[in-house]
Design a protein around this ligand. Structure first.
Ligand SMILES: C[S@@+](CC[C@H](N)C(=O)[O-])C[C@H]1O[C@@H](n2cnc3c(N)ncnc32)[C@H](O)[C@@H]1O
Length: 270
Protein backbone atom coordinates (compact mmCIF):
# COMPACT_ATOMS: atom_id res chain seq x y z
CA UNK A 1 0.00 0.00 0.00
CA UNK A 2 1.24 3.48 -0.87
CA UNK A 3 0.06 5.02 2.45
CA UNK A 4 0.90 3.64 5.88
CA UNK A 5 -2.66 3.54 7.24
CA UNK A 6 -6.25 3.71 5.99
CA UNK A 7 -8.18 6.99 6.23
CA UNK A 8 -10.86 7.11 8.92
CA UNK A 9 -14.41 8.38 8.34
CA UNK A 10 -13.66 11.37 10.58
CA UNK A 11 -10.61 12.25 8.49
CA UNK A 12 -12.42 11.75 5.21
CA UNK A 13 -15.29 14.07 6.11
CA UNK A 14 -13.11 16.25 8.31
CA UNK A 15 -11.81 19.75 8.21
CA UNK A 16 -10.55 20.16 4.68
CA UNK A 17 -12.01 22.06 1.75
CA UNK A 18 -13.26 19.89 -1.09
CA UNK A 19 -13.86 22.91 -3.35
CA UNK A 20 -10.26 24.08 -2.97
CA UNK A 21 -9.08 20.64 -3.98
CA UNK A 22 -11.36 20.59 -7.03
CA UNK A 23 -10.19 24.03 -8.07
CA UNK A 24 -6.55 22.96 -7.84
CA UNK A 25 -7.28 19.98 -10.04
CA UNK A 26 -8.92 22.22 -12.64
CA UNK A 27 -5.56 23.89 -13.24
CA UNK A 28 -3.55 22.67 -16.18
CA UNK A 29 -0.06 21.35 -15.53
CA UNK A 30 0.87 22.46 -19.07
CA UNK A 31 1.43 18.96 -20.41
CA UNK A 32 3.56 18.39 -23.48
CA UNK A 33 1.52 17.69 -26.62
CA UNK A 34 2.03 14.68 -28.86
CA UNK A 35 3.59 17.02 -31.43
CA UNK A 36 6.52 17.46 -29.02
CA UNK A 37 7.99 14.34 -30.62
CA UNK A 38 8.88 16.55 -33.59
CA UNK A 39 10.82 18.92 -31.32
CA UNK A 40 12.94 15.92 -30.44
CA UNK A 41 13.34 15.13 -34.16
CA UNK A 42 14.30 18.77 -34.79
CA UNK A 43 16.89 18.69 -32.01
CA UNK A 44 18.65 15.95 -33.99
CA UNK A 45 19.26 18.34 -36.88
CA UNK A 46 16.77 16.89 -39.37
CA UNK A 47 16.41 19.27 -42.33
CA UNK A 48 15.97 19.43 -46.10
CA UNK A 49 19.06 17.26 -46.73
CA UNK A 50 17.85 14.47 -44.43
CA UNK A 51 16.36 11.13 -45.39
CA UNK A 52 14.06 9.64 -42.75
CA UNK A 53 12.49 6.20 -42.34
CA UNK A 54 9.15 6.08 -40.53
CA UNK A 55 8.97 2.42 -39.55
CA UNK A 56 5.45 1.23 -38.80
CA UNK A 57 4.42 4.48 -40.45
CA UNK A 58 0.76 3.50 -40.90
CA UNK A 59 -0.66 5.56 -43.80
CA UNK A 60 2.14 8.12 -44.05
CA UNK A 61 0.45 10.55 -41.65
CA UNK A 62 3.59 11.38 -39.66
CA UNK A 63 5.85 11.00 -42.71
CA UNK A 64 3.93 13.82 -44.38
CA UNK A 65 4.09 15.94 -41.24
CA UNK A 66 7.88 15.55 -41.12
CA UNK A 67 8.21 16.27 -44.85
CA UNK A 68 6.24 19.46 -44.36
CA UNK A 69 7.95 20.64 -41.19
CA UNK A 70 11.57 19.74 -42.02
CA UNK A 71 11.64 19.68 -45.83
CA UNK A 72 13.18 16.20 -45.61
CA UNK A 73 12.45 13.09 -47.66
CA UNK A 74 10.64 10.32 -45.79
CA UNK A 75 9.94 6.69 -46.50
CA UNK A 76 7.10 5.15 -44.52
CA UNK A 77 7.09 1.35 -44.21
CA UNK A 78 4.15 -0.62 -42.86
CA UNK A 79 3.05 -4.27 -43.10
CA UNK A 80 -0.71 -3.61 -43.38
CA UNK A 81 -1.85 -3.45 -47.03
CA UNK A 82 -4.86 -1.28 -46.05
CA UNK A 83 -2.45 1.32 -44.62
CA UNK A 84 -0.44 1.37 -47.85
CA UNK A 85 -3.59 1.87 -49.96
CA UNK A 86 -4.73 4.70 -47.70
CA UNK A 87 -1.21 6.15 -47.64
CA UNK A 88 -0.92 6.27 -51.44
CA UNK A 89 -4.12 8.32 -51.57
CA UNK A 90 -3.02 10.59 -48.72
CA UNK A 91 0.38 11.20 -50.33
CA UNK A 92 -1.16 11.93 -53.75
CA UNK A 93 -3.38 14.61 -52.21
CA UNK A 94 -0.77 16.27 -49.98
CA UNK A 95 1.27 19.36 -50.93
CA UNK A 96 4.45 17.66 -49.69
CA UNK A 97 3.58 14.23 -51.12
CA UNK A 98 6.46 14.34 -53.62
CA UNK A 99 8.90 14.07 -50.67
CA UNK A 100 7.23 10.92 -49.29
CA UNK A 101 7.16 7.28 -50.35
CA UNK A 102 5.25 4.47 -48.72
CA UNK A 103 6.22 0.81 -48.97
CA UNK A 104 4.79 -2.46 -47.76
CA UNK A 105 7.26 -4.05 -45.35
CA UNK A 106 8.18 -4.75 -41.76
CA UNK A 107 10.91 -3.83 -39.33
CA UNK A 108 12.23 -7.40 -39.39
CA UNK A 109 13.13 -7.00 -43.08
CA UNK A 110 13.20 -3.33 -44.06
CA UNK A 111 12.85 -2.80 -47.82
CA UNK A 112 15.84 -0.45 -48.07
CA UNK A 113 19.59 -0.70 -48.65
CA UNK A 114 22.32 -0.33 -46.07
CA UNK A 115 23.18 3.14 -44.70
CA UNK A 116 20.23 4.80 -46.46
CA UNK A 117 18.74 6.93 -43.68
CA UNK A 118 19.86 9.74 -41.37
CA UNK A 119 17.04 9.01 -38.93
CA UNK A 120 14.68 6.16 -38.12
CA UNK A 121 11.41 7.30 -36.58
CA UNK A 122 9.46 4.65 -34.70
CA UNK A 123 6.22 5.77 -33.12
CA UNK A 124 4.10 3.39 -31.14
CA UNK A 125 4.86 0.23 -33.09
CA UNK A 126 7.57 -1.79 -31.31
CA UNK A 127 5.07 -3.41 -28.92
CA UNK A 128 3.86 -5.46 -31.90
CA UNK A 129 7.31 -6.82 -32.74
CA UNK A 130 8.15 -10.21 -31.22
CA UNK A 131 11.69 -10.39 -32.60
CA UNK A 132 12.93 -6.95 -31.67
CA UNK A 133 16.57 -8.07 -31.85
CA UNK A 134 16.10 -8.65 -35.54
CA UNK A 135 14.05 -5.47 -35.97
CA UNK A 136 16.55 -3.17 -34.28
CA UNK A 137 19.47 -4.84 -36.08
CA UNK A 138 17.67 -3.94 -39.31
CA UNK A 139 17.36 -0.33 -38.12
CA UNK A 140 21.11 -0.21 -37.49
CA UNK A 141 21.71 -1.67 -40.97
CA UNK A 142 19.63 0.95 -42.82
CA UNK A 143 20.91 3.89 -40.74
CA UNK A 144 24.02 5.79 -41.76
CA UNK A 145 26.86 5.23 -39.27
CA UNK A 146 26.17 7.39 -36.22
CA UNK A 147 22.55 7.98 -37.31
CA UNK A 148 19.76 8.37 -34.77
CA UNK A 149 16.58 6.50 -34.03
CA UNK A 150 13.67 8.17 -32.25
CA UNK A 151 11.54 5.62 -30.41
CA UNK A 152 8.18 6.46 -28.91
CA UNK A 153 6.81 3.52 -26.96
CA UNK A 154 4.36 2.72 -24.21
CA UNK A 155 5.50 0.42 -21.40
CA UNK A 156 3.81 -1.13 -18.41
CA UNK A 157 4.61 0.09 -14.90
CA UNK A 158 4.66 -1.72 -11.56
CA UNK A 159 0.97 -0.81 -11.15
CA UNK A 160 -0.10 -3.13 -13.99
CA UNK A 161 -1.57 -6.43 -12.77
CA UNK A 162 -0.81 -9.60 -14.77
CA UNK A 163 -4.42 -10.58 -15.56
CA UNK A 164 -5.43 -7.16 -16.80
CA UNK A 165 -2.21 -6.93 -18.78
CA UNK A 166 -2.84 -10.29 -20.48
CA UNK A 167 -6.30 -9.25 -21.62
CA UNK A 168 -5.22 -5.80 -22.81
CA UNK A 169 -2.22 -7.04 -24.78
CA UNK A 170 -4.28 -9.81 -26.40
CA UNK A 171 -6.87 -7.27 -27.57
CA UNK A 172 -4.22 -4.97 -29.06
CA UNK A 173 -1.83 -7.50 -30.66
CA UNK A 174 0.93 -6.49 -28.25
CA UNK A 175 3.69 -8.96 -27.36
CA UNK A 176 3.73 -9.07 -23.53
CA UNK A 177 7.54 -9.26 -23.28
CA UNK A 178 7.80 -6.11 -25.38
CA UNK A 179 5.86 -4.07 -22.82
CA UNK A 180 8.84 -3.99 -20.42
CA UNK A 181 11.12 -0.95 -20.71
CA UNK A 182 14.24 -2.66 -19.30
CA UNK A 183 13.89 -5.41 -21.86
CA UNK A 184 13.62 -2.84 -24.68
CA UNK A 185 16.76 -1.07 -23.45
CA UNK A 186 18.63 -4.40 -23.41
CA UNK A 187 17.54 -5.13 -26.99
CA UNK A 188 18.60 -1.65 -28.14
CA UNK A 189 22.05 -2.08 -26.61
CA UNK A 190 22.43 -5.59 -28.04
CA UNK A 191 21.71 -4.15 -31.50
CA UNK A 192 24.65 -1.76 -31.00
CA UNK A 193 22.66 1.37 -30.17
CA UNK A 194 23.67 3.76 -27.40
CA UNK A 195 20.76 5.25 -25.45
CA UNK A 196 21.43 8.95 -25.91
CA UNK A 197 18.39 10.32 -24.12
CA UNK A 198 15.13 9.30 -22.48
CA UNK A 199 12.18 11.65 -22.05
CA UNK A 200 9.54 10.36 -19.65
CA UNK A 201 6.26 11.48 -21.20
CA UNK A 202 4.03 9.39 -18.92
CA UNK A 203 0.44 10.47 -19.54
CA UNK A 204 1.21 14.04 -20.68
CA UNK A 205 0.21 13.67 -24.33
CA UNK A 206 -3.12 12.22 -23.23
CA UNK A 207 -3.66 15.02 -20.73
CA UNK A 208 -2.91 17.56 -23.44
CA UNK A 209 -5.38 16.06 -25.89
CA UNK A 210 -8.10 15.95 -23.23
CA UNK A 211 -7.44 19.59 -22.35
CA UNK A 212 -7.56 20.54 -26.03
CA UNK A 213 -10.77 18.58 -26.50
CA UNK A 214 -9.25 16.66 -29.40
CA UNK A 215 -9.47 13.15 -27.95
CA UNK A 216 -12.53 10.97 -27.33
CA UNK A 217 -13.91 10.49 -23.86
CA UNK A 218 -12.34 7.07 -23.28
CA UNK A 219 -14.13 6.42 -19.98
CA UNK A 220 -17.47 6.97 -21.68
CA UNK A 221 -16.44 4.69 -24.55
CA UNK A 222 -15.58 1.89 -22.12
CA UNK A 223 -18.85 2.29 -20.27
CA UNK A 224 -20.83 2.11 -23.51
CA UNK A 225 -18.79 -0.82 -24.82
CA UNK A 226 -19.54 -2.70 -21.61
CA UNK A 227 -23.21 -1.80 -21.25
CA UNK A 228 -24.08 -2.40 -24.88
CA UNK A 229 -21.72 -5.30 -25.49
CA UNK A 230 -24.16 -7.59 -27.30
CA UNK A 231 -25.49 -4.94 -29.67
CA UNK A 232 -22.07 -3.42 -30.39
CA UNK A 233 -20.51 -6.84 -30.97
CA UNK A 234 -23.23 -7.58 -33.48
CA UNK A 235 -22.87 -4.21 -35.25
CA UNK A 236 -19.08 -4.00 -35.19
CA UNK A 237 -17.89 -7.61 -35.08
CA UNK A 238 -15.47 -9.09 -32.56
CA UNK A 239 -12.18 -7.61 -33.81
CA UNK A 240 -13.30 -3.95 -33.98
CA UNK A 241 -15.11 -4.35 -30.65
CA UNK A 242 -11.99 -5.69 -28.95
CA UNK A 243 -9.66 -3.12 -30.54
CA UNK A 244 -11.95 -0.23 -29.55
CA UNK A 245 -12.21 -1.63 -26.03
CA UNK A 246 -8.46 -2.18 -25.85
CA UNK A 247 -7.64 1.30 -27.19
CA UNK A 248 -9.94 3.00 -24.70
CA UNK A 249 -8.59 0.92 -21.83
CA UNK A 250 -5.02 1.61 -22.95
CA UNK A 251 -5.76 5.33 -22.67
CA UNK A 252 -7.30 4.99 -19.22
CA UNK A 253 -4.34 2.89 -18.04
CA UNK A 254 -2.03 5.67 -19.24
CA UNK A 255 -4.03 8.17 -17.21
CA UNK A 256 -3.84 6.07 -14.06
CA UNK A 257 -0.20 5.17 -14.49
CA UNK A 258 -0.43 1.45 -15.27
CA UNK A 259 1.16 2.36 -18.61
CA UNK A 260 3.65 5.12 -19.37
CA UNK A 261 4.91 6.71 -22.56
CA UNK A 262 8.64 7.05 -23.11
CA UNK A 263 10.59 8.78 -25.83
CA UNK A 264 14.10 7.49 -26.50
CA UNK A 265 16.82 8.75 -28.79
CA UNK A 266 19.13 5.90 -29.77
CA UNK A 267 22.45 6.42 -31.54
CA UNK A 268 23.75 3.88 -34.04
CA UNK A 269 27.42 2.91 -33.97
CA UNK A 270 29.87 4.98 -36.11
C1 LIG B 1 -0.32 1.88 -33.15
S1 LIG B 1 0.04 1.92 -34.85
C2 LIG B 1 1.10 3.33 -34.93
C3 LIG B 1 1.18 3.90 -36.29
C4 LIG B 1 1.99 5.20 -36.40
N1 LIG B 1 3.39 4.96 -36.21
C5 LIG B 1 1.48 6.21 -35.40
O1 LIG B 1 2.18 6.53 -34.44
O2 LIG B 1 0.35 6.67 -35.56
C6 LIG B 1 1.18 0.55 -35.03
C7 LIG B 1 1.66 0.38 -36.46
O3 LIG B 1 2.71 -0.59 -36.48
C8 LIG B 1 2.58 -1.36 -37.65
N2 LIG B 1 3.31 -2.64 -37.44
C9 LIG B 1 2.92 -3.74 -36.78
N3 LIG B 1 3.87 -4.69 -36.81
C10 LIG B 1 4.92 -4.15 -37.50
C11 LIG B 1 6.19 -4.63 -37.90
N4 LIG B 1 6.60 -5.87 -37.58
N5 LIG B 1 7.00 -3.82 -38.62
C12 LIG B 1 6.60 -2.57 -38.95
N6 LIG B 1 5.40 -2.06 -38.59
C13 LIG B 1 4.56 -2.84 -37.90
C14 LIG B 1 1.06 -1.53 -37.80
O4 LIG B 1 0.68 -1.92 -39.10
C15 LIG B 1 0.58 -0.13 -37.42
O5 LIG B 1 0.50 0.74 -38.54
Amino acid sequence: MEWSKPITVDEMYGDWDYDVAVELLEQSLSPRRALSIFDTVESLGVGPESVVLDIGGRDGFHALMMAERFGCRVMAVDPAPANIDEGLKRIAEHDHGSQVEIELGAIEEIPASDNEFDLVFSRDMLNHVADQDRGLAECVRVLKPGGAMVVHEVFETELMEPREAARLYADLACVPERMVADSFEDVAERAGFTIESLEMIGSEWYEASQEAGTAPNYALQISRLRRSKGELLEKLGEIPYRVMYGNALWSLYLFIGKLETRLYVLRAPQ
